[in-house]
Design a protein around this ligand. Structure first.
Ligand SMILES: [Zn+2]
Length: 383
């Protein structure tokens, strides 16, 4: 019993130390002891174990520091294990390799009609993307900690429903695991999440505050808390904003997505749906047209802003957030668009722009894998 207790305590303390290094790096052993309340001996022993497993790296004392007792600076090991992120959009499959601190090391993108292919064929089309990413990781001598998957939809009880992809209650985790087996990759962790939840995690890992709310998405419009401990995935795109609005493919009427969704806005402004192009270049053609004063683009943005403000009235009534981070495609419409949305609302809500670009969901997919390693480093070491 006693031994079990000590083991569980060590596991807990290792997670505590790892989380502090992730958040505060670079940080010294003395600072870790102060911030965790653990003894210096315990911290040192845990750090030795974490550096031995290449999860943490000691950069040594700060260069140019006055001699005395120079403290080593600890960071998450940039040469340690990596996480793979995979994203399924309606017209593409994207992949990324991230190191433990969230830095992208390699990217892959494949244009593919995922929406037209059906779930099984769509996931099978990810095989060359996965193969190339694994080849890159292996060539660089990296261990892969797992694969995170972002999908433009929602995940309930492990099953994915994604209107833009035409997926209904798909066991995407099993399908991706099948692709990994086909590549002779066994025993890897696969995590599947909606693209908005992934983007929110990426935003949090990039430093956003825990009590903010994230509103974004590329394929969909969704709401997610920035606190990774809270699981809530709001399908905001299908909140009705017009009582007598048009019929929506979801079965509802007057949904936000019919006014502020990607396809709806592109069609209202008479431009091509940017789809994959935005992931590649980050540009939002509609925003560019509106800046040049194109009347159809300005009208489409106005209509979307009005509908978004309408949806935010309900969000505030339910969740009462002080700050919302606007991300994804909606953030690409710029500060003017944000200001016009806020102006339609009662005072007291701050809407700020995301720090991340169109690859936020892709990064957050891999971020889920990193978050698991950080939350339980000893299990990773023992595995
Ligand atoms: Zn709908």
């Amino acid at each position: 019993m006693e031994a079990m207790g000590a083991q569980a305590m060590r596991r807990h303390n290792a997670a505590l130390v790892m989380e502090l290094i992730a958040r505060d790096a670079p940080v010294s052993r003395v600072e870790l002891a102060q911030r965790t309340g653990l003894t210096k001996a315990t911290v040192s022993s845990l750090v030795t174990e974490l550096t031995g497993a290449e999860l943490v790296r000691d950069l040594g004392p700060e260069p140019g520091r006055v001699p005395g007792r120079p403290a080593g600076r600890l960071v998450l090991d940039p040469y340690g294990p990596v996480a793979l992120g995979l994203q399924f959009g309606a017209g593409h499959i994207a992949g990324v390799i991230l190191d433990l601190s969230g830095r992208p090391l390699a990217r892959q993108i494949r244009r593919f009609d995922v929406a037209g292919a059906g779930a099984e064929e769509g996931v099978r089309a990810a095989r060359p993307v996965l193969r190339r990413l694994f080849d890159e990781a292996t060539t660089a001598g990296r261990l892969v900690a797992g694969v995170g998957v972002a999908i433009g939809g929602t995940v309930r009880s492990g099953l994915v429903s994604a209107l833009p992809l035409g997926w209904r209650e798909v066991d995407a985790r099993a399908l991706v695991a099948g692709e990994l087996r086909a590549l002779d990759l066994h025993g890897l962790d696969v995590v599947v999440a909606g693209e908005v939840a992934c983007a929110a995690l990426a935003e949090y890992q990039a430093g956003a505050a825990r009590d903010w709310l994230y509103l974004g998405g590329e394929e969909v419009i969704g709401l997610a808390p920035l606190d990774p401990a809270v699981t809530l995935a709001g399908d905001l795109g299908h909140v009705p904003v017009r009582r007598r609005g048009d019929a929506c493919p979801c079965g509802g009427r007057g949904c936000l997505d019919l006014y502020a969704g990607r396809a709806a806005m592109a069609s209202a402004a008479g431009v091509a749906d940017p789809g994959t192009a935005r992931l590649l270049g980050g540009a939002e053609p509609l925003a560019e047209r509106a800046r040049r004063g194109d009347p159809a683009a300005v009208r489409a943005l106005d209509r979307a802003g009005e509908a978004l403000a309408e949806a935010l009235v309900s969000v505030r009534a339910l969740l009462d957030p002080e700050t919302i981070v606007l991300g994804g495609r909606l953030a690409a419409f710029g500060a003017d668009f944000r200001r016009r949305v806020v102006e339609r609302l009662a005072p007291g809500l701050t809407v700020r722009a995301s720090k991340l670009g169109p690859d936020a969901a892709l990064r957050g997919a891999a971020g889920h894998v990193i978050a698991r390693v950080i939350a339980d480093p000893l299990t990773w070491i023992e595995g």
